[in-house]
Design a protein around this ligand. Structure first.
Ligand SMILES: [Zn+2]
Length: 438
């Protein structure tokens, strides 16, 4: 008999795991019970997945859920529903909330809200420094030991620019196999910066944000991680120079990983010419040459993962003049489509590659591949039934009012993108069916 009677058995017929040959998947008791052609199961719910690609449930290393503190922009409930609709079964919730997630109490609150919502697993990211202020280390050990079992630490939104603090954080997380995720932005080089530095910024009268402000921190942190023998993860890489530094680091076998956002794989600085703050983001949109290098870096594995940097903002913080607007854009519900468009439809990655960069590797980096409830596992018998089924053959035009997010700041409004998530399963239970909340 079923160990958990609340999870019905599902027979998914004719899905294509990693884009391969069609097969059936039997999901029972929260795990993939069987994979093979012509499966039967009495009493099972049947889903016709003819032509759909099956991938392990996506894992986001970089989500801003805004709760506690900015529930007008997003909540754990709305953000994780957006995640499920985007095919995610786990998200890492960034620490720049109000209060900041810099204590065991706050990370446990976020973790509990995630469990209550039930749309996907929420893994809180702990702040590196108290209040993200860059002054002294937060209680990293207490957050690691908490019920939330924090393993990723980041001051994201801010750079840990002090080399001594960064070194101490890297040393500290070694004790429990944690990782420091750096938002690489040299603060003095980016004072008042508004968009990518260059001729266009000059013409638009917006202060420039040089690529070297990112690259200088990436290079320093690679050297620090090497010196300390600890794990560094670089958030939202945006320049060709950063990709080159990471390529050198990996050639030396250093324990460094990196992510790129969907928007940096697709959009360029040219959009700033509209002066529409929906395109204002940190780090800024870069040149077409940078976009090419980011795609190549993701394709050859120099960049390990796609991470959304989903950053909801209410209208009053985005619908104003460029210089006054907040940085950030939505990402969860469009990430897979943008990756299909930029990486799969261009021939740079196959679906197995997408599974690797959006599930397997981010799960390992975020330490959820070997957790009590693991993610990023193969679609094989005995593995947890965390999966997404998508229709790569459909196209959809993005309407911001259709999104589950409480905010509307998507840069893709009115844009037609390929692919649609049809269903998402979290431990055998559907969170999304027929493209809608289950
Ligand atoms: Zn950031």
């Amino acid at each position: 008999m079923s160990a958990d009677r609340t999870v019905p058995t599902w027979l998914v017929r004719g899905a294509r795991p990693l884009g391969g040959d069609p097969t059936d998947l039997l999901l029972r008791d929260g795990v993939v019970a069987e994979v093979g052609a012509g499966l039967t199961a009495a009493g099972a719910e049947v889903m016709d997945a003819d032509g759909l690609v099956a991938l392990p449930g996506l894992v986001d290393l970089h989500t801003h859920l805004r709760e506690p503190g900015r529930e007008d922009a997003e909540t754990v409930e709305s953000g994780t529903l957006a995640a499920a609709l985007g095919g995610f079964t786990a998200v890492h919730a960034m620490a720049n909330t109000d209060p900041v997630a810099d204590t065991a109490g706050v990370v446990e609150q976020v973790w509990r809200l995630g469990r209550e919502a039930g749309h996907c697993d929420v893994r809180p990211v702990g702040a590196v420094t108290v209040g993200l202020a860059g002054g002294r280390l937060a209680e990293l050990g207490a957050m690691a030991d908490s019920a939330a079992r924090v393993r990723v630490f980041s001051d994201d939104g801010h750079c840990v620019s002090d080399a001594v603090l960064m070194r101490r954080a890297l040393e500290y997380v070694k004790a429990f196999g944690g990782v420091v995720a750096q938002h690489a932005q040299e603060p003095r080089l980016t004072e008042d910066a508004q968009m990518n530095e260059g001729e266009l910024a000059g013409r638009l009268g917006l202060s420039g944000w040089p690529g070297v402000a990112e690259e200088a921190v990436v290079a320093r942190d690679v050297l620090l991680a090497s010196h300390v023998g600890s794990r560094l993860h670089v958030c939202h890489v945006s320049t060709r120079g950063s990709v080159e530094i990471l390529r050198l680091a990996k050639a030396r076998g250093l324990p460094v990983t990196a992510e790129v956002t969907p928007h940096h794989l697709l959009l360029t600085q040219d959009l700033a010419a509209t002066y529409d703050p929906v395109y204002k983001v940190n780090p800024p949109l870069r040149s077409a040459e940078d976009v090419r290098a980011l795609r190549e870096g993701l394709a050859d594995g120099t960049i390990d993962a796609v991470a959304t940097d989903h950053a909801p903002h209410p209208a009053e913080d985005k619908e104003c003049e460029w210089a006054a607007a907040a940085f950030g854009m939505l990402g969860l519900e469009t990430a897979l489509s943008v990756v299909q468009h930029t990486m799969v439809d261009t021939g740079l990655l196959d679906w197995a590659g997408v599974a690797d960069r959006m599930s397997v590797r981010p799960a390992r980096i975020g330490r959820v591949a070997d957790a009590a409830e693991p993610h990023g596992r193969p679609l094989a018998a005995g593995e947890p039934a965390n999966l997404v089924l998508l229709d790569p053959g459909t196209r959809r035009t993005i309407d911001p009012t259709d999104l589950a997010s409480l905010s509307r700041n998507t840069p893709y409004a009115g844009t037609t993108l390929p692919g649609q998530v049809v269903a998402t399963f979290l431990r055998g239970r559907p969170t999304v069916l027929k493209g809608a909340p289950a």
